[in-house]
Design a protein around this ligand. Structure first.
Ligand code: ATP
Ligand code: MG
Length: 492
């Protein structure tokens, strides 16, 4: 048996007998003489089972159990009663004790009841963890988060020092997520992962300072795609049960990977189809819209000459609406057929100046502080200013739309010499994004705004990609968002 037991009894002889018997079963025992020491021990935590004497002063076993459950709700408690007071034992169970033991102890009974309480505890705990992992999987398709959840749950359930999820990339196992303490050395973990991937079965490797690394392969249809590795303290010998538990978690991780992969395939397929349909529809709309635009101008002119201001205004409104539609159609068509870049030497700060001045009307009447942080020595970059104007404008507008009456908009620009990239950041103190929104920002037509089209970020990403750059987002719900755009100084 494995686990830590807290024994509380005011009789030193009983404490001694129990300690001896429980230790003989392989358990770690802390035995104390009264409730005060018991509570101090419980505060330190880490017990899998507690044995409380029912009759104690000043706090009896039931009151102590209540206090213990406030500290550790799932802790199984066995109450110890004198022979013949079975009613007390029943009452204790009704109030939350797991089971009871009668004094004097019968060795077989002690072993059976302690064993049952421990395995029940382990089972409920693991079931809880697995349920939590399952829920994360169901609620999100974001790979890193899933892997984090798996690593975290594995550490908690196995009580290992750390857990790392490795994935196979270009024939190498690469750590993708980890939980627990930082490993002293990555090599043994990596070696264990590689061995598990190669053999396709759970594998154990003893590394530095006698630490043991257990690895279970993550197997999908075509074979292992990675491994789940846990590292335990020195001199720990894994039982078959431990290996089984690890295999269970690695199975969960595999399901997660499979789901995430399928979801992203489904999504990109659907998006591609949606994009094709949208560009076709936009194309069909182009000619009639051109005609409408002409008629609207004509009407505007005629009514402007006649002296009915109300009608003239109406005509202007029609004109503006048609213009808006025409811009949309152009954007959608452009998305379907990415433009050839027309690169020229661009000063990014200057481009940002222009875009910021275009957003001035969105600032009036609001208490928005605009902070600019731009390095003076950013080199001139070869970029398409027309396309990038769309990107920066959309980021600025999104930031301004995310904030209410007041907030801070920070715009930064810097040069990263190692990568030869210009970095532009747009940060707001606005509403931030939920996980769901964050995972879909770049989807075509995804919007949470009543008047939004959901084109902004999709276009931004395609423009940045076309430049050979990257765009990434950090966002926290209710706190704000930071979007970072990296653009190479020279076009490849
Ligand atoms: N800075 C931000 N803060 C909070 N949410 C944001 C931010 N930027 C983008 N979003 C979220 O991402 C969604 C998509 O943004 P995107 O720019 O693609 O479309 P949009 O702004 O809704 O419409 P438009 O096509 O007019 O730009 C937004 O509706 C919003 O929910
Ligand atoms: Mg937008």
């Amino acid at each position: 048996m494995k686990g830590r037991v807290l024994v509380v009894d005011d009789d030193p002889e009983i404490r001694e007998v129990l300690t001896m018997r429980l230790e003989a079963l392989g358990l770690g025992v802390t035995a104390v003489g009264g409730p005060r020491e018991a509570l101090a021990a419980l505060d330190a935590g880490g017990f899998d089972l507690a044995l409380f004497d029912l009759r104690m002063e000043p706090m009896d076993g039931i009151a102590l159990m209540k206090a213990a459950h406030e500290r550790q709700p799932g802790l199984p408690v066995l109450v110890m009663t004198a022979h013949g007071s079975i009613e007390d034992a029943v009452a204790a169970i009704q109030r939350g004790a797991f089971d009871y033991l009668t004094k004097p102890f019968v060795p077989d009974e002690l072993r059976a009841r302690v064993g049952r309480a421990l395995s029940e505890r382990r089972w409920t705990r693991d079931r809880g963890r697995l349920k939590a992992v399952g829920e994360t999987l169901a609620s999100s398709g974001i790979m890193e988060r899933i892997l984090d959840a798996v690593a975290q749950a594995t550490v908690e359930a196995t009580e290992a020092e750390r857990s790392v999820v490795f994935l196979l990339e270009h024939g190498q196992v690469v750590p993708m997520a980890s939980a627990g303490t930082q490993p002293k050395a990555w090599e043994p973990l990596q070696a264990a992962a590689a061995a598990a991937v190669e053999k396709g079965v759970p594998t154990t490797i003893t590394g530095v300072e006698g630490r043991v690394a257990l690895a279970a392969p993550l197997v999908v249809k075509n074979g292992p795609v990675g491994a789940l590795v846990v590292e335990c303290a020195e001199r720990f010998t894994p039982t078959p049960e431990d290996m089984e538990l690890l295999a269970l978690f690695s199975f969960q991780a595999t399901v997660a990977l499979k789901n995430a992969h399928e979801l992203s395939q489904l999504r990109s397929g659907a998006l591609a189809a949606l994009g094709r349909m949208a560009t076709q529809v936009a194309h069909e709309l182009k000619n009639p819209l051109g005609g409408l635009k002409l008629y609207a101008r004509h009407l505007e002119k005629r009514l402007g000459d006649a002296s009915d201001p109300e009608l003239a205004e109406l005509a202007q409104k029609i004109g503006r609406a048609v213009d808006h539609l025409a811009t949309l159609v152009t954007e959608i068509t452009a998305y379907g057929r990415p433009p050839e870049l027309k690169v020229e030497p661009v000063k990014v700060t200057q481009l940002l100046d222009e875009c910021l001045s275009l957003t001035q009307d969105r600032l009036s009447g609001r208490r928005i502080q605009v902070v600019r942080q731009e390095d003076p020595d950013i080199p001139t970059a070869f970029l398409d200013p027309r396309e990038l104007r769309k990107v920066f404008l959309n980021l600025l507008l999104n930031a301004l739309e995310a904030m209410g009456e007041e907030g801070t908009l920070s715009v930064g620009a810097a040069y990263l010499p190692e990568e030869a990239m210009v970095q532009v950041t747009v940060e707001d103190s606005g509403c931030g994004m939920s996980e769901e929104t964050l995972s879909r920002v770049f989807d075509l037509f995804f919007t949470t705004k009543p008047q939004g089209t959901g084109l902004g970020m999709a276009i931004s990403r395609s423009v940045v990609d076309l430049h050979g750059g990257r765009i990434d987002i950090e966002s926290r719900l209710g706190q704000g968002t930071r979007v970072r755009v990296l653009l190479p100084v020279r076009q490849p």
